[in-house]
Design a protein around this ligand. Structure first.
Ligand code: FES
Length: 186
């Protein structure tokens, strides 16, 4: 977690200013040269903006604010429009993802089997809703439409592992194994 020092302004994970003393997710530094190397693979034409953002997402796991600013400058593209694109595409993220990515299926079969209760339980256990990351960066939570294992509904995917017929009772044990030092936290 970022510790406020020397009175500098603080920003949250999406780059908005927040009140002093607010706990904020620590943003991994991405060297400017790495950002520029990706941007300069493309001509300075707006039609390539999405492709550049996808490449940056792939390389950095999120879109750092500086990367969007440099891209806006390079392509003479309004920064607000880049932010709007970044929030419209599910594959793009303005926040670094957690070390472990929890995907709760909310497709029809899982929804009928109370996937929303699983989301609420994750909120209770980890304090995050879909789209959020825990303050320690250990978990992020997403919802997905169907993981192709409907017979095992409700289904949760953590990193590459499917968990079927998940109950609220099982959920905390599963999470424990992904916490620091847990057997799946390697
Ligand atoms: S609806 Fe959840 S796995 Fe298909």
């Amino acid at each position: 977690m970022a510790a406020p020092e020397n009175g500098a302004a603080q920003f949250n994970a999406t780059g908005e200013a927040v009140a002093k003393g607010t706990l904020v997710l620590e943003m991994p530094e991405v060297p400017r040269e790495r950002i520029e190397a990706i941007i300069q693979c493309y001509p300075p034409e707006r039609r390539y903006a999405l492709a550049v953002m996808q490449d940056m997402q792939h390389s950095f796991d999120y879109l750092p604010r500086t990367a969007l600013e440099l891209l806006a400058e390079y392509m003479s593209f309004p920064l607000a429009q880049l932010y709007s694109m970044a929030t419209s595409y599910k594959a793009l993220s303005l926040k670094p993802k957690g070390r472990h990515i929890i995907k709760v299926c909310d497709g029809t079969a899982c929804h009928i089997k109370a996937s929303l209760n699983i989301i609420d339980e994750l909120d209770r256990l980890l304090g995050i809703r879909p789209g959020d990351v825990t303050p320690d960066g250990q978990f992020s939570l997403e919802t997905v439409n169907c993981l192709g294992s409907c017979a095992l509904a409700p289904v949760v995917l953590i990193d590459g592992t499917h968990y079927g017929k998940v109950t609220l009772e099982k959920l905390s044990g599963i999470l424990e194994s992904y916490k620091p030092g847990g057997e799946c936290d390697g």
